[in-house]
Design a protein around this ligand. Structure first.
Ligand SMILES: *[C@@H]1O[C@H](CO)[C@@H](O)[C@H](O)[C@H]1NC(C)=O
Length: 225
């Protein structure tokens, strides 16, 4: 009898305890009410306020007739440039396919597929490599360029003219340690609107010896045949 009496008391205390816990959890202050709501899933039923992510993480989504892009120049001689096209990062430091000079990606202007990526050292490299690369570009190709460290020391008139013919306004004026990002195309009749150029000017430079990073994002029209 003593034992069952003890068990009865224990059971009573236990149920009192759980009832108290129950009350605490369901009807008492602030956070417990919130935790009840989350148990019932009501929080996940609330409308999502976060907008869907755009291609390349861009601020605006791109129409069907265009490709999304985001291009960044290098930061001084420390952080490499990056090129995102249609939500794929095709050149970056993480991909380990960028380097000092001009970083260039060629894309099929019709379907957006990556045709080729390459890097040309414009400080101590051989300009002939860049000339051969640019001359081989076929009509209908989108050409995306991002500078890193120094885009210009080795650039000669012939190379500058080849970029100008792809739609660049600034290739003729690029100088030592300028920053430059550009999207052009072989066969463009006008100048490209997708270009930024920042001069290396001691008084305005963000970094000692180099200007601020350039970044450009948007939508480039597909080639219509
Ligand atoms: C792009 O791809 C299409 C379809 O595969 C092809 O017909 C066209 O020649 C390509 N364009 C270039 C510039 O290679």
């Amino acid at each position: 009898m003593r034992l069952t009496g003890l068990i009865r008391i224990a059971a009573m205390l236990f149920s009192l305890g759980t009832a108290w816990l129950f009350v605490q959890t369901y009807f008492n202050t602030g956070w417990k009410v919130v935790s009840l709501r989350s148990w019932l899933g009501s929080e996940s039923d609330l409308p999502k306020t976060q907008p869907p992510r755009n291609k390349c993480g861009n601020k605006k989504s791109c129409p069907e007739s265009t490709f999304a892009f985001k291009v960044s120049s290098g930061a001084a001689n420390v952080v490499g440039p990056s090129i995102c096209f249609e939500n794929t990062i095709i050149m970056s430091g993480v991909k380990n396919n960028v380097g000092r000079g001009l970083n260039i990606a060629l894309l099929n202007g019709t379907n957006g597929q990556v045709m080729k990526t390459d890097v040309f050292d414009m400080y101590s490299g051989d300009i002939k490599l860049l000339l051969d690369f640019l001359k081989a570009i076929k009509s209908g190709t989108i050409v995306t360029v991002a500078s890193y460290d120094d885009p210009a020391t080795k650039l000669n008139d012939e190379a500058r003219t080849l970029f100008t013919n792809l739609g660049s306004r600034h290739a003729s004026k690029l100088a030592f340690r300028d920053n430059w990002i550009f999207i052009g195309a072989k066969g463009l009749k006008d100048k490209s609107p997708y270009e930024q150029h920042l001069r290396n000017e001691a008084a305005k430079n963000k970094y000692e010896g180099w200007p601020e990073v350039l970044e450009m994002e948007g939508c480039v029209p597909k080639k219509m045949d």
